[in-house]
Design a protein around this ligand. Structure first.
Ligand code: HEM
Length: 414
């Protein structure tokens, strides 16, 4: 019974709808640590019907549809009912946000807890193989960036509670042709990562069902459906994904979803910590121990990460349409293409707190060469814009795009 409760809460936490108290601390007896092997598992029963393609743009291997979702690449297949599932999620999540927060204090529908909003530099590697010198990685430049580090649970809760952590990077002053769908920002490139190599709810259908059944019915209904359909691996992965980390600056993060890289390559992203300093897990975990450990780290030391890409080698073993499948690092090792440097800084200020709330991150904020692909990304492109607009409207705030100067530099969108 206790274990069932733990599972329910973990599902809720991941989907961003946790509504209960602290997770009991009941450990999953699955091995932690994600091997480097690609995981194969039962295929999901996704609808076989796909939207019709009627035009094409050879330049970016882009097929142009008449659908609301805009154009898609040759690497993608869009289930016919996807648009409807995305609309459903938009309205369910919006309703949930209206219920959870009063006007003026509306937080994100997922990852509402800001643990740090950090000023950083994104330094493109000079020695990238020529075929990987693409988009933002074409020239060895240093860009200013903001990072928002968050906790995934849908409610703001203690750091004691095991959770997935989010790491959203917004690079500024990025010139070039832009990805056009729901991309209102002019000179940014966002990279959004989480502290686990896969998104266990890896298809729009799975994510939609999690949102729909957990909120409209109950989390138990969603869990029962997972069990009945034989999707035990989803529950296992959800349990493993939630952890008590030493510090968000000490761990790896993954994009879990794929992106185009130029015109013919498909990649996933990851960042690997390279700081000299490592935090220790306090014997008594406090409500903000993760933020406190970052504060101690950045009081006089810098933090750093390698920014890596993993190139898709095989479309079946490394699918685009299921973010729940880990791409084997043995088959395709991550390659460093940039470094992230976070200088020592004071970040627990009212201004930073406010900036964290005002920023909008989205896979859509990208150069055309780094366009988001795959079902989960197609959903996020629509959802993040829609819900960020709603959040800002509720708070009577304009959507902002931070400018090139790193501190406080921001301007309202035209
Ligand atoms: C269809 C699947 C998904 C849905 C419905 C969803 C939903 C959301 C929502 C509603 C937000 C808040 C957006 C805002 O108000 O600005 C959010 C933020 C976030 N999501 Fe997702 N998400 C999905 C998949 C993913 C995946 C695969 C990742 C893996 C990287 C991810 C990582 C994040 C992170 C790190 C944030 C916080 C960004 C920030 O700091 O503003 N999400 N998500």
């Amino acid at each position: 019974m206790k274990k069932n409760r733990g599972m329910v809460l973990l599902v809720l936490a991941l989907v961003g709808f946790a509504c209960a108290d602290v997770i009991t601390g009941k450990e999953a007896d699955f091995r932690s640590g994600h091997g480097t092997e690609g995981k194969q598992r039962g295929m999901l029963k996704v609808v076989d019907e796909f939207v019709q393609i009627n035009k094409s743009d050879e330049r970016y291997n882009v097929k142009i549809t008449n659908g609301k979702l805009g154009d898609i690449t040759k690497f993608e297949n869009v289930p016919a009912d996807e648009e409807q599932m995305i609309k459903d999620m938009e309205s369910i999540l919006q309703e949930k946000m209206s219920k959870d927060y009063p006007k003026g204090q509306t937080k994100r529908g997922a990852h509402p807890k800001n643990m740090a909003c950090l000023q950083a530099e994104f330094i493109v590697e000079p020695n990238i193989p020529v075929e990987l010198k693409v988009g933002i990685f074409e020239l060895p430049q240093t860009y200013p960036a903001w990072i928002r580090i968050s906790s995934a649970s849908g409610k703001v809760q203690s750091d004691k509670v095991k959770d997935l952590r989010g790491f959203a990077i917004k690079i500024m002053g990025v010139q070039g042709e832009r990805y056009k769908t729901q991309n209102e920002e002019k000179e940014t490139q966002d990279f959004i990562l989480i502290s686990y190599p896969i998104m266990p709810l890896g298809t729009v259908k799975l994510f939609h069902d999690a949102v729909y059944y957990s909120i409209k019915w109950s989390p138990l209904v969603f869990l029962s459906r997972l069990v009945i359909s034989g999707n035990f691996y989803v529950i296992n992965e959800l349990l493993k994904a939630n952890q008590n980390q030493t510090s968000p600056l000490d761990i790896r993060y993954w994009s879990t979803t794929p992106y185009l890289y130029g015109t013919n390559l498909v990649v996933k992203y990851a960042i690997v910590p390279t700081s000299n300093m490592k935090s220790v897990l306090p014997s008594n975990l406090t409500d903000h121990y993760l933020t406190e450990n970052m504060e101690k780290h950045l009081a006089s030391n810098e933090a750093s990460f390698d920014f890596m890409i993993q190139v898709q080698k095989d479309p079946d073993r490394m699918p685009v349409e299921d973010a729940g499948v880990e791409w084997s690092e043995k088959e395709s090792p991550f390659i460093k293409v940039a470094a992230l440097r976070i200088p020592p800084q004071i970040f627990r200020t009212r201004e930073r707190e406010e900036l964290a709330e005002d920023l909008s991150f989205s896979p859509a904020h990208a150069l055309i060469e780094h366009r988001p692909i795959g079902g989960i990304n197609r959903a996020r492109v629509e959802l993040y814009r829609y819900l960020s607009e709603f959040r800002h409207k509720q708070n009577n705030k304009p959507l902002i795009e931070p400018g090139k100067q790193t501190d406080g530099g921001r301007h309202e969108q035209q």
